[in-house]
Design a binder for this molecule. Structure first.
Ligand SMILES: Nc1ncnc2c1ncn2[C@@H]1O[C@H](COP(=O)(O)OP(=O)(O)OP(=O)(O)O)[C@@H](O)[C@H]1O
Ligand SMILES: [Mg+2]
Length: 223
């Protein structure tokens, strides 16, 4: 379970540019569930996702994941925490365009000390889950938008994380590829992953695998 309690994020605290981006956010996410974070642009979705993903620290409050308060996790440990538990799928993919698909997907495995055989096995499994195996040797630059996203999905899955965080995953996809993305999420749900999706795409509104919708407005949860 992920338990978020009284979370606040203030950017540029005690300066003229001070901005209270998250205000006293509290909610829980059950294991193996799929949660949508919804809200208009600037409401705080990405800020919240980056804190849940231990990419940034809250100003106050706690995020308990597997009995560990990651708000208090020393920076030295956040990358190994991410490597063992989390997969990220970003809107802009964040891929290395001049490397091939395989090299991009195996990057999260590098610090984990696997041998070549183990790496190949894990990469192939992730590519298969994301339906992009046929492009394994292609340079990312040559892929379509939907294919790039599937590479990003494979990279997010390669370390077999239990929690998958998606930030506007369909923002750069056409309807056909958005539907394909939803199929992948469905599959991940059936594999008992916990999934959090920040989005304003109405395509998710009709997905029966969504267990909870959290609406955020001006950094606060609204009903
Ligand atoms: N590093 C930062 N410094 C100052 N302000 C920031 C910073 N990051 C985000 N903000 C502000 O916090 C607010 C929430 O931003 P956030 O990116 O979380 O919104 P969002 O809901 O993800 O929006 P979008 O749908 O456009 O992605 C915005 O007003 C933004 O300008
Ligand atoms: Mg955002």
């Amino acid at each position: 379970m992920i338990k978020i309690e009284n979370l606040n994020k203030i950017f540029n605290e005690n300066t003229k540019k001070e901005f209270h981006a998250l205000k006293d956010i509290s909610f829980e996410i059950d294991d193996y569930s799929c949660v949508l974070l919804k809200g208009i642009s600037g409401s705080g979705k990405s800020t919240l996702l980056s804190i849940i993903g231990a990419l940034s620290k809250p100003t106050s409050g706690s995020i308990i994941i597997d009995d560990e308060n990651i708000a208090k996790l020393p920076d030295l440990y956040t990358s190994s925490f991410r490597a063992s538990k989390l997969g990220f799928i970003f809107q802009s993919y964040n891929l290395f365009n001049h490397l091939d698909v395989k090299s991009n997907v195996l990057i999260p495995l590098i610090p984990l000390g696997f041998n070549q055989t183990q790496i190949n096995k894990k990469v192939n499994k992730a590519l298969e889950l994301a339906n992009i195996t046929h492009k394994i040797d292609e340079i990312v630059l040559n892929l379509s938008g939907g294919e790039k996203q599937r590479v990003a999905i494979a990279r997010a899955l390669v370390n077999e994380p239990n929690i998958i965080l998606c930030d506007e995953p369909t923002a750069n996809l056409d309807l056909h590829n958005s539907k394909k993305f939803i199929e992948v999420i469905k599959k991940l749900k059936s594999l008992n992953k916990t999934i959090i999706i920040a989005t304003h795409d109405p395509i998710f509104d009709t997905c029966d695998f969504v267990d909870k919708i959290i609406n955020i407005k001006n950094g606060q949860i609204v009903e």
